[in-house]
Ligand binder design. Structure first.
Ligand code: ATP
Ligand code: MG
Length: 253
């Protein structure tokens, strides 16, 4: 039996614009499990990012609740919620949001200091090790403007990982990368997941999505499909891609 890591009940989110209410998330019930690489797919505007922000406490919800390891995120004070996001959650986005006047190494290390992830020496060593593991060590001493998109995103993954997050959230982490760089970043995700890292990732890309072992499909703010896959690497890649594509086309993706 897998342990529940995060649980959402009746999650709803609406926006009111010009006096008109639009429901973006329509009462979502969802449990995420420890060690899973869960993927959220769905057409543009389906509410994928909104759901990711709701589950991570980055954004408030208008109804329902989100519970992470027994703590209801909505009932935490602003300070407690910020602490949870800073120490227990990691984030990777389509854009890297690296600090432009710091080297990749400094970007990673600063995140470690902010999360109080160890002594100065430990954080420096950990930043070096992570950049090595992410195959970004050759670019470690350069500024974000002096590295490739793939190197920058790999450093952003290292920055998210330096605090050993319980759960890594990623919103279109390969969205700005070419196919080769996407595969490299997804190889990192697969490796981290196989070492036990829990991941929740939003993506449009089937080849990125098939790295997950569970695929949720969102439409109009509701979960329309929930597919379990065997761990990535245990079946033929082409067969897995075809299986996922068939499932998605049945959903008229
Ligand atoms: N702050 C906001 N105010 C009003 N509407 C919003 C706001 N944020 C998101 N929306 C709307 O909510 C809907 C869902 O947005 P969301 O960003 O979650 O979609 P998505 O599934 O991530 O799409 P994409 O694949 O394009 O990133 C969209 O119609 C969007 O315009
Ligand atoms: Mg989005």
């Amino acid at each position: 039996m897998k342990n529940i890591l995060l649980s959402g009940k009746g999650i709803s989110k609406s926006f009111t614009q010009n006096g008109k209410e639009t429901k973006i998330l329509q009462g979502i019930d969802l449990e995420l499990y420890e060690g899973d690489f869960t993927v959220i797919m769905g057409s543009s505007g389906a509410g994928k990012s909104t759901l990711l922000y709701a589950l991570s406490g980055m954004d408030s919800i208008t109804g329902g609740s989100v519970t992470f390891r027994g703590r209801e995120i909505g009932s935490l004070s602003g300070k407690e919620a910020a602490r949870l996001r800073a120490k227990e959650f990691g984030f990777v986005f389509q854009q890297t949001y690296l600090v432009s006047n710091l080297t990749l190494f400094e970007n990673v290390a600063v995140a470690g200091f902010a999360a109080k992830a160890g002594s100065t020496k430990e954080i420096r060593e950990k930043a070096e090790r992570l950049l090595r593991e992410m195959h970004a060590e050759n670019a470690a001493d350069r500024l974000p403007s002096q590295v490739s998109g793939g190197e920058a995103q790999r450093a952003a993954v290292a920055r998210a990982m330096i605090k050993d997050p319980v759960l890594l959230f990623a919103d279109e982490p390969t969205g700005a990368l070419n196919q080769a760089n996407s595969e490299e970043v997804m190889d990192l995700f697969t490796g981290m997941n196989h070492s036990g890292q829990s991941i929740l990732m939003v993506t449009h890309d089937v080849r990125a999505a098939m790295r997950g072992n569970r695929i949720l499909y969102l439409e109009d703010g509701r979960i329309l499909d929930d597919l379990d896959l065997p761990p990535y690497g245990t079946e033929d890649r082409k067969a897995r891609e075809t299986r996922l594509l068939n499932r998605l086309s049945a959903l008229r993706w």
